[in-house]
Design a protein around this ligand. Structure first.
Ligand SMILES: NC(=O)c1ccc[n+]([C@@H]2O[C@H](COP(=O)([O-])OP(=O)(O)OC[C@H]3O[C@@H](n4cnc5c(N)ncnc54)[C@H](O)[C@@H]3O)[C@@H](O)[C@H]2O)c1
Length: 392
C-alpha cells in the first residue's frame, strides 16, 4: 500500500504568493533527492524568493535525474554526499532541506549548521536523543534557523486542538490517549529506506508516532516527559507472507525489515499528565482508537484516520456539562486553502528572512524525540525508564 501521507500537501495559492517579497532570493540546496525531496522542491519552486542552486545524493546520478524531472537547469549536483556540497563555498547557500533517511538526519543537519547554513530538517528529528542533543548544540553554536518538518501542526484543525485546550473548556488535563495506525501500511513506496535499521533506525514509532505525539504535546504546551514504559514489535514486517508488500518482494522485504511496525507506551509528563500511546504500520484492526484528551471540566475526542498521517479525521467533539446537563459540542472541520507543505517551506523561509524563531523549534521537538528514544530504550530493557533531557 502506498503511503497516502503526501496527498494534497503541495498547493501553493496565488493569494499566499502576493504577500512574499521576491526581491531578495534565498539560495537553497536539497540534500537527499528521494521521495520527500519531491514535495520540498515543488514548494520551493512555487516561492518567488527562492533560487534552487544545488543538490546531493549518495546514489550517483540521482540528484541530476531529480532536478531534470522537475525541469530545473543549472543546478549543481556533482557531489558525492552532503559534505561535499556543504564544502562548496561558491554556492553561497542560505538554506538546505535535509531530506535524507532518518539515520542521516543528524550528521547532515550538523554539517550544514556548522557551515552557518539554515536547515529545514525532515521528521522525525533524529533516531536517538543523543543525536538530537548534538544537532541542538550545533544549532545554538550557529545561531541559524533549524526547523523540523512537522507540517501537520500547521493544519488549522490541529491548531484548533491547542486553542480548545487553552480556552479552559477542558479544565485541568490529566489523561491523554493518542496514536493511530494502519491495518496494512508498512511504507515501501520506493524501496526499503523506511524499513531497514541502517537507514531508518526506527519504524512506525518514529515515522507516524512522532506526529501523534506532536498533535497532543503541542496542544498542551510540550510539558517535559519524565518516565516511559514502552513496547515495540515487528510481527508483520518480518513476515514473508505479509500481504502489504509487493508480491515479488515479500521475502526480500521481510528479510530486510529491521525496525518496529507497532509500538505502545505509557508516559508520565510533568504536571501529573498521563500519556497513553500506540502506533501501528500494520495490525489486525482498523484503528487502535481515536485521540482523546480528558480534563476535569471536559473531554475532547479527535477522530482517527484510516491511514494515520497526523491529521484530524473528522469533526472533533467536546464532552462537557452545561447548566447541570451532559452535552456534546461538535467542532467542525476547517477547510484549508493552503497546502501544508507550502506552509512548511514558507514559514521556514520567513523565519530566515525576518530573523524570527523556527516555526517548528528544536526546543519542543527534542521532547518528542526523547519520548521516542525512551520507548525504544524501555522496549529493549523490558521495564520503565527515566527520560532526561539536559538543558541546552
Ligand atoms: N514530512 C513528511 O510528510 C514526510 C513524508 C515522507 C518522508 N518523510 C521523511 O523524509 C525522509 C526521507 O524519506 P524519503 O522517503 O524521501 O527517503 P528516500 O530513501 O526516498 O530518500 C532519501 C535519500 O537521501 C539520500 N541520502 C542519504 N544520506 C545522504 C547524504 N549524507 N548525502 C546526500 N544524500 C543522502 C539517499 O541516497 C536517498 O536517495 C525520512 O526521514 C522520512 O521520515 C517525511
Amino acid at each position: 500500500m502506498a503511503d497516502k501521507s503526501m496527498d494534497g500537501l503541495n498547493t501553493f495559492t496565488a493569494e499566499a504568493e502576493k504577500k512574499v517579497d521576491g526581491g531578495r532570493k534565498l539560495r537553497v540546496a536539497i540534500i537527499g533527492c528521494g521521495w520527500i525531496a519531491g514535495s520540498h522542491i515543488k514548494s520551493y519552486m512555487a516561492q518567488p524568493d527562492v533560487e534552487i542552486v544545488a543538490g546531493a545524493d549518495l546514489i550517483p546520478g540521482k540528484a541530476a535525474e531529480f532536478f531534470k524531472k522537475y525541469g530545473l537547469e543549472g543546478v549543481k549536483t556533482d557531489y558525492a554526499n552532503d559534505e561535499e556540497l556543504i564544502a562548496d563555498k561558491s554556492l553561497n547557500l542560505d538554506a538546505v532541506s535535509v531530506c535524507t533517511y532518518n539515520r542521516q538526519h543528524a550528521p547532515c543537519a550538523i554539517h550544514a549548521l556548522n557551515a552557518g547554513i539554515n536547515v529545514l530538517l525532515e521528521k522525525p528529528f533524529t533516531v536517538t536523543l543523543e543525536e538530537a542533543i548534538e544537532v541542538v548544540k550545533a544549532e545554538k553554536r550557529s545561531g541559524k534557523v533549524l526547523s523540523i518538518g512537522f507540517q501537520p501542526r500547521l493544519d488549522a484543525n490541529m491548531q484548533k486542538i491547542g486553542e480548545i485546550v487553552r480556552s479552559g473548556v477542558l479544565g485541568k488535563i490529566y489523561y491523554i490517549q493518542t496514536g493511530g495506525g494502519r491495518r496494512r501500511g508498512i511504507p515501501t513506496p520506493f524501496g526499503t529506506s523506511f524499513i531497514e535499521d541502517s537507514t531508518a533506525g526506527l519504524g512506525a514509532l518514529a515515522d507516524i508516532g512522532c506526529y501523534s505525539l506532536d498533535m497532543v504535546l503541542n496542544a498542551i504546551g510540550y510539558p517535559k516527559p519524565l518516565t516511559v514504559t514502552g513496547y515495540k514489535s515487528d510481527f508483520f514486517g518480518k513476515d514473508p507472507n505479509y500481504c502489504g508488500y509487493r508480491a515479488d518482494k515479500r521475502a526480500e522485504y521481510a528479510e530486510k525489515f529491521g525496525v518496529d511496525d507497532f509500538a505502545a507506551a505509557f508516559i508520565r509528563l510533568e504536571g501529573g499528565i498521563i500519556l497513553d500511546f500506540r502506533i501501528a504500520w500494520a495490525m489486525n484492526m482498523d484503528t487502535p482508537g481515536d485521540t482523546i484528551i480528558l480534563g476535569t471540566k471536559g473531554g475532547l475526542r479527535i477522530p482517527s484516520t484510516e491511514c494515520w498521517n497526523g491529521s484530524v479525521g473528522g469533526p472533533m467533539k467536546i464532552y462537557h456539562e452545561v447548566a447541570g446537563m451532559q452535552v456534546e459540542t461538535e467542532v467542525p472541520i476547517i477547510k484549508m486553502k493552503e497546502g501544508l507543505f507550502d506552509l512548511k517551506i514558507r514559514s521556514f523561509l520567513d523565519a530566515i528572512k525576518n530573523g524570527t524563531p523556527a516555526p517548528v523549534p528544536s526546543s519542543q521537538i527534542i521532547y518528542n524525540q526523547a519520548i521516542l528514544d525512551g520507548i525504544a530504550r524501555s522496549a529493549v530493557a523490558g521495564r520503565e525508564v527515566e527520560i532526561n533531557v539536559p538543558e541546552l
